[in-house]
Design a protein around this ligand. Sequence first.
Ligand SMILES: [Zn+2]
Length: 470
Amino acid sequence: MTVTYDLRLHGGQVYLHGSGVTAVDLLVREGRIAAIVEPGFVAEASETVDLKGKLVLPGAIDPHVHLGKDIRVPKDPDDALLESASAAAGGITSMLVYLMSGDSYQDIVPAARQVMEQDSHVDFGFHICVGSQQHVEEIPGYIREFGISSFKFFMNFRGEEGAYLGLPGNDDGYMYDVLGMTADHGAMVNPHPENIELVWKLKNRVIDSSRGPLSEWNQSRPSFVEAEAVQRVAYMASVTGASVYAVHTSSTLALEAMRRQQESYENLFVETCTHYLTLTTESNAGTYGKVNPPLRERGDLESLWVALANGQVDTVGSDHNARHRSFKEKDIWKASAGFPGTGGVLPLTLAEGLRRGVPIERLVDATSTRAAKLFGMYPQKGIIRVGSDADLAVVDLDGSYTINAATQHSGAEYTPWEGTEVPLRVVHTIVRGHFAMRDGVVADRPGGTYLRREKSGATALAATALEDDK
Ligand SMILES: [Zn+2]
């Protein structure tokens, strides 16, 4: 009996781990890669799509997304629909969304999952933001019941700083508890590293306003504020045996602080974001570009590219936040922080990385494979191999487009990359064998499913090493 496949992707240049970009066909069955064959191999498939030499990459994974109009949790259909359309349009096939609440997540996770299952175009999982003692105690239950194994906390939420998210103030003793609890249960901590006491102190410092609003914002939260916090949490990780994943690393100083700790302790990981790789205080995004940590100087951007190329940067995320433009069109001190960016993670990182001569192995790792490994999704996600989900981004390296609010789909209605020319284009995004975007058009019907992830950090990496030995 001949096997019939659901989909044949013919004539692509496919990125295969270990062999690089190779001319092979992919045969998909029941949402998975069923076979990788020579282009001339005879097989029956319900549908064959000719990719005409385009580049086929493992679907990108955005490990850092915020959804919902108040950025705490996705609530309305368009929180999921529009923002996941943005992701799909940029070659993202899975996203990890932060849930933020001062209350227990027992009821919040199922509700958020329902909203996403209804309307997400891409597969999704959650990180939980912890801030209370109850949250720490419930960590083992969140891992067991929901398959959530990565926990954010805001080092800058001292005193009333977290009140806008309903989170109480914390301290280093709290951090110690969170690190210890996650270490005991094979999970990872994703700290937001900023020393808010330094920010408070610097508030009254004279700021040079001659270099534009983004420079003013950067001066108010200089990079040593980030570096000091990174150093502290990384050191405490080594004391407690925890895995720590420094989110949205933005600066030379933070990379150096992390590097010093990494010399003596290995379970420390670094995420940067597309905006720190492509925008600086000199960019003309105005207050749309306000974000925490702030956009930095040219030298920081260059350091991040060096770290991405040499592997110190593990992942690139978006810190996507669909904050509507009405909250951004204010002066730099009153404008909200954060902006949408999930649609740009793959095209911008890939285009700029290739232009700089960064090996494609590193670009695939940073936009997909490493996130899958660190967050317990590998080898289901993050790799093109037999048995893995058929999650693919098909890229036309001869195409191009200009970024504007419409290309980003987001409900935020602006983008800090407005007018940026991208010298390549994602043409198809395939999630478990289904086109979430086809020929540049996002699907009518969303089909994203929930990702359980029982392990993150060092425990997840140990499991993937066993997988790769198979
Ligand atoms: Zn964030």
